[in-house]
Design a protein around this ligand. Structure first.
Ligand code: TYD
Ligand code: MG
Length: 460
C-alpha cells in the first residue's frame, strides 16, 4: 500500500527534507528545494533478493563471461566498452537538436537488423515523426517496435508483453508515473522512473538507453543522483553549426571512461568518422602564423587537432580582450602570463583570441605548449616549422613538463604524415625513451626543457 506525503527535494542533488529550507543542506544550493508530492510503496520483498544477513565469500562467486551485444556502429560500441552489456542502463545526455534521437534510432535499427528485438519508446515525438526520421536515415522497413507513450505503467506492460532485448526511452523527462502526482520531468518523477527502469533492467536482463535532457550549464537535468543510478553515462556533444559530433563516456561500469566516438551529421543521419585526425586537419592553413598542430588524447585515442591564435593590438585605452574557444580560459591566461614573464613577449596591450579548429574541446595540459607557440607565432607573425607537431605541459617557471602516452601521440602524428615533433626533454629519458629512439626513423624528434627554447626552435 502506498502512502502520500509532501517532501521538499533539491533539484540539484536530490536531497530530501520534510520542511522547506532556503538552502539545501546537501549541496548548499540556494532556493533549489521544490515541493513534491510522493506516494511511497512499502518496500517490495521481490523475488531474487537474498535473505538479509546471508554473506558470500568473494572466491565462491563464479564469474560468467558477459556477452556484449554489438550495435554495429563501431564508434558507439567503442564508447560502450565493446558493445551493450545485457541488463545495463545507459543514459545519453546532450543539448537539444544535437542528434540523440537520431543516434539511438540508428542504433535501434541496426540492432533490429542484427536480429535483436528492440522497443523504441517515444515520449516526445509521434509515430509518424519517427517513421519520417527512419525514412530520412534511408532505412527500409525494419521490424522495430515503436510506442508513443509517456505513462510508465503502460511502457512496463509493453516490455513485459514483448520482452525486447533493448529498450530506448526518449526521453526520461517526458515519462511519468501518475500515482506520484508531480509533473513529468520533476526530480521525483525522473528519479523514481529511473529507479524502476534500473530494477527492470536488472531483473529482466533488458538493456535500456535513456535519453536525458541537459540544463543550460551542460549537466544532465534532474538530480545528480541519476548519474549514480545508471551503469553508463554518455554525453553527445558538438557544435550545432558544425557537422561533427562527439559521443563521450563520463561513467562506464563496464569499460573505460573518457572514451570517445566521433560522428558527423549528414543528410542521411550520423556517419562514423574513421580517421578523426584527418577530419580535423583537413582545412588547416599552410604556412600561416598562429597555427600549431597538437596530438591530444581523448580517452585511449590520439587525435591531432589544430590550435589557432590571433594576437592583435588592443584599441587604444581599451581593456585587452582574451578569448579561449575549446580551451580552458584559465590555462590560456597562465600561458599568456608565462610568455610575458619568462619569454619577454609584450602581450599586455594585445587582444588574444585562441581557438581549437573544428569545435573540439581540449582539457589536457599537454596542449599548453601548442597554445603558447600559437600565440607567440601570431604575435611575431612567424609561422611554425612545416609538418611539425607540438606537445608539452607548461609550468609557471616556463619549464616544459613531460606528458603521458607519448608513444600513441607520436604514432598518430607519423600516420598523418608529420615529419617532426617538438616534445618535452623529460619524455626522452622516461620509460618511453627507447620507443622514441625507434620512432626517430619516421619523425625528427626534438626535446626541449623550456618554453623559451621551444620558441627558438619552432618559429621560422
Ligand atoms: P535529433 O536527433 O532530433 O536531436 P535530439 O534528439 O538530440 O534533440 O536531431 C535533430 C537534428 O539533426 C536536426 O537539426 C536535423 C538534424 N538531422 C540531420 O542533419 N540529418 C538527419 O539525417 C537527421 C535525421 C537529422
Ligand atoms: Mg530527441
Amino acid at each position: 500500500m502506498g502512502r502520500e506525503k509532501i517532501v521538499y527535494v533539491c533539484s540539484e542533488c536530490g536531497y530530501e527534507a520534510y520542511k522547506w529550507v532556503g538552502r539545501c543542506p546537501g549541496c548548499g544550493g540556494w532556493t533549489t528545494m521544490a515541493e513534491e508530492r510522493v506516494s511511497r510503496a512499502t518496500p517490495d520483498k521481490a523475488a531474487g533478493a537474498r535473505p538479509p544477513g546471508e554473506l558470500t565469500s568473494l572466491n565462491e562467486i563464479e564469474p560468467h563471461a558477459v556477452m556484449r551485444l554489438s550495435t554495429d556502429i563501431a564508434e558507439l560500441d567503442r564508447v560502450l566498452g565493446g558493445g551493450i552489456v545485457p541488463g545495463s542502463v545507459i543514459l545519453v545526455g546532450g543539448d537539444p537538436g544535437i542528434g540523440k534521437s537520431t543516434l539511438l534510432l540508428q542504433a535501434a535499427i541496426k540492432l533490429v537488423s542484427g536480429g535483436c528485438c528492440v522497443l523504441y519508446v517515444a515520449g516526445e515525438e509521434s509515430l509518424e515523426q519517427i517513421k519520417m526520421r527512419a525514412d530520412r536515415l534511408c532505412q527500409p522497413g525494419v521490424p522495430l517496435l515503436v510506442l508513443a507513450e509517456t505513462e510508465y505503467d503502460r511502457i512496463a506492460a509493453a516490455i513485459a508483453k514483448n520482452s525486447p532485448g533493448v529498450v530506448v526511452i526518449d526521453s526520461i523527462q517526458t515519462i511519468m508515473k501518475s500515482e506520484l502526482g508531480s509533473v513529468p520531468g520533476s526530480v521525483v518523477q525522473v528519479r523514481e522512473i529511473t529507479a524502476s527502469l534500473v530494477q527492470l533492467a536488472k531483473t529482466r536482463g533488458t538493456s535500456f538507453f535513456i535519453v536525458g535532457h541537459v540544463t543550460k550549464e551542460g549537466t544532465l537535468a534532474g538530480p545528480r543522483l541519476l548519474e549514480h543510478m545508471v551503469d553508463c553515462v554518455l554525453y553527445f556533444e558538438g557544435d550545432r553549426y558544425q557537422s561533427f559530433r562527439i559521443l563521450r563516456s563520463v561513467k562506464n561500469r563496464f569499460g573505460a571512461t573518457n572514451e570517445i566516438g566521433i560522428f558527423s551529421m549528414g543528410p542521411c543521419g550520423l556517419d562514423e568518422v574513421q580517421n578523426p585526425s584527418a577530419y580535423f586537419l583537413n582545412q588547416r592553413p599552410q604556412n600561416m602564423a598562429g597555427s600549431t598542430v597538437v596530438p591530444i588524447m581523448e580517452g585511449t585515442r590520439p587525435l591531432l587537432v589544430e590550435i589557432q591564435a590571433l594576437v592583435t593590438p588592443s584599441y587604444f585605452g581599451g581593456v585587452p580582450r582574451r578569448t579561449a574557444t575549446g580551451l580552458d580560459y584559465n590555462r590560456v591566461a597562465i600561458i599568456i602570463a608565462v610568455l610575458e614573464k619568462r619569454s619577454g613577449l609584450q602581450l599586455a596591450n594585445c587582444d588574444i583570441f585562441t581557438n581549437v579548429a573544428g569545435g573540439v574541446k581540449i582539457m589536457e595540459p599537454a596542449a599548453d605548449l601548442g597554445v603558447g607557440l600559437s600565440i607567440a607565432s601570431s604575435f611575431r607573425d612567424r609561422p611554425l616549422l612545416q609538418e611539425t607537431m607540438i606537445v608539452g605541459e607548461i609550468g609557471l617557471t616556463g619549464e616544459v613538463r613531460p606528458v603521458n602516452r607519448i608513444e600513441e601521440r607520436l604514432r598518430e602524428g607519423a600516420k598523418m604524415g608529420f615529419t617532426r615533433c617538438i616534445l618535452p626533454q623529460a619524455n626522452l629519458s622516461g620509460n618511453s625513451g627507447s620507443y622514441i629512439k625507434e620512432m626517430e626513423k619516421e619523425l625528427k624528434i626534438t626535446g626541449i626543457s623550456t618554453l623559451a627554447e621551444a620558441l627558438d626552435i619552432a618559429l621560422i
